[in-house]
Design a protein around this ligand. Structure first.
Ligand SMILES: Cc1cc2nc3c(=O)[nH]c(=O)nc-3n(C[C@H](O)[C@H](O)[C@H](O)COP(=O)(O)OP(=O)(O)OC[C@H]3O[C@@H](n4cnc5c(N)ncnc54)[C@H](O)[C@@H]3O)c2cc1C
Length: 402
């Protein structure tokens, strides 16, 4: 696909405010779901985004790359791990195995242009009200009218109504910044524009999962003395599921900087209890003692996820995650779906693109059924054949023998 980014991007603009389905968020999940809705001919839909297509990826630190590798597998029947739609290859398009955020946003934008997805940028949804009489699952919703549809209020006060809402607002723009007293004094890794441009010869990094190790690797390579603090007994390297374990890409980079440099100190069993601003710098208190730096500690303790406007419309599991039915739909509010890295079923975590993209088809089919539209078998079969439709979760999580 040749790059042709138009000066003002609003392909397939929808000029009215009631729509069958609104997708909130034009990231990897929103774009992929838009394509699935189109493929399934699942009614009229609109994708809205508070910023633009791929906005979270555009906000990644300049040096950060996707940890999941892309390779030219798509033409051989194995969809590129980072693709969000059929017949595309991130590796071919970008010529990169581990694209940067900016590169990946470019792929998403081009995918949206090629498919002429109806996307409206600059629409920040701040409130969602459910229909008073939500349509029952499997049945078409009641005709549109006051109280019979979802009402989505934007930051500027304008309102959209929709029969279905697909929440795909992601997590990156919603960092976890209050894990312990004084956490707000730190610089969350999602707020770093470039590790190259961070001043200082030393840094404390709090949290040693993907983001923390990534920050440490970039800084150590630059010659910065890094103290990486984490509360566990050891780095997460044991499990086979990359949602619970450091990826091979990160393990390899960590091993390389550990072998080649002496400016990285990794301290296990150092759960941080507080960060204080004092003596012109920052004291990081842990269960095993304190560490001081003149420079803002980097907080790599994860993300809370951007579900605030729809929080009251979902029920929750005992572990605090959103409870979904088998269609990734709210168990409290029929017609409200969740897409992206916050999706959980039993012990399965759908936090990677290659995982959560396999649920787009399930949601699109459910939306079609709710609208009384047929679900084309051939589309479902094509999605299934291309690792884009996962219904039976019993095949996930098998341990590899080697
Ligand atoms: C640091 C980090 C690194 C990751 N690396 C990888 C990786 O290498 N490989 C992988 O497969 N996965 C990775 N993931 C997991 C996941 O794939 C990404 O988080 C991915 O961006 C999720 O896509 P998304 O569309 O759900 O969210 P996002 O890409 O964050 O997109 C959400 C969109 O919603 C918009 N939005 C948010 N709130 C609103 C609102 N209220 N109204 C309107 N629009 C809104 C945003 O502007 C944004 O464009 C990573 C996650 C993180 C946090």
């Amino acid at each position: 696909m040749a790059w042709k980014w138009p000066a003002s991007f609003q392909p397939g603009r929808v000029n009215h405010t009631h729509i069958n389905t609104i997708v909130v968020g034009a990231g990897a999940a929103g774009v992929g779901l838009g394509v699935a809705l189109q493929d399934y001919k699942a009614g009229e839909f609109l994708i809205v985004d508070r910023h633009c297509i791929g906005a979270s990826f555009l906000r990644w630190p300049k040096e950060m790359r996707l940890i999941t590798p892309s390779f030219n597998t798509t033409p051989f029947g194995i969809l590129d791990l980072n693709a969000v739609m059929l017949h595309t290859s991130v590796a071919n398009f970008l010529g990169a195995e581990h694209p940067t955020g900016k590169q990946y946003a470019h792929y998403l934008q081009q995918a949206a242009i090629e498919c002429q997805l109806p996307v409206q940028a600059g629409i920040d949804i701040v409130q969602v009200e459910a229909p008073e009489k939500a349509g029952t699952r499997g049945r078409a919703p009641t005709p549109s009218g006051p109280g019979t549809t979802f009402r989505l209020t934007c930051r500027d006060g304008s309102v959209y109504t929709a029969d279905n809402v697909i929440w795909a607002a992601g997590e990156f723009q919603y960092p976890r910044t209050h894990s312990f007293p004084g956490a707000a004094h730190c610089l969350h890794n999602s707020q770093i524009a470039s590790f190259q441009e961070l001043p200082g010869r030393d840094r404390i990094v709090i949290g040693a999962f993907e983001s923390g190790v990534d920050a440490a690797v970039h800084l150590v390579r630059r010659g910065v003395h890094v103290t990486l603090l984490h509360g566990a007994e050891q780095l997460a390297t044991q499990e086979q599921d990359p949602s619970r374990s450091l990826s091979p890409f990160t393990r390899e980079r960590l091993a390389a900087v550990t072998a080649e440099r002496s400016n990285l100190r990794v301290l296990a069993n150092h759960r941080v209890t507080e960060v204080k601003r004092e003596r012109g710098g920052y004291t990081v208190c842990t269960v095993q003692g304190s560490f001081f730096s003149e420079h803002q500690p980097i907080l790599a303790t994860g993300f809370v996820g951007g579900v605030a406007p729809v929080k009251h419309l979902f029920a929750y599991r005992d572990d605090g995650n959103i409870l979904l039915n088998e269609h990734d739909e709210s168990t409290l509010t029929p017609g409200l779906f969740l897409a992206g890295p916050l999706v959980r079923h039993e012990h399965h975590i759908f936090c990677y693109i290659y995982k959560f993209r396999q649920r787009f088809a399930i949601v699109a089919e459910s939306v079609a059924r709710r609208l009384g539209l047929p679900v084309p078998d051939d589309v479902a079969a094509t999605y299934h054949a291309n690792q884009m439709r996962l219904e039976d979760l019993s095949c996930c999580g098998k341990e590899c023998v080697c």
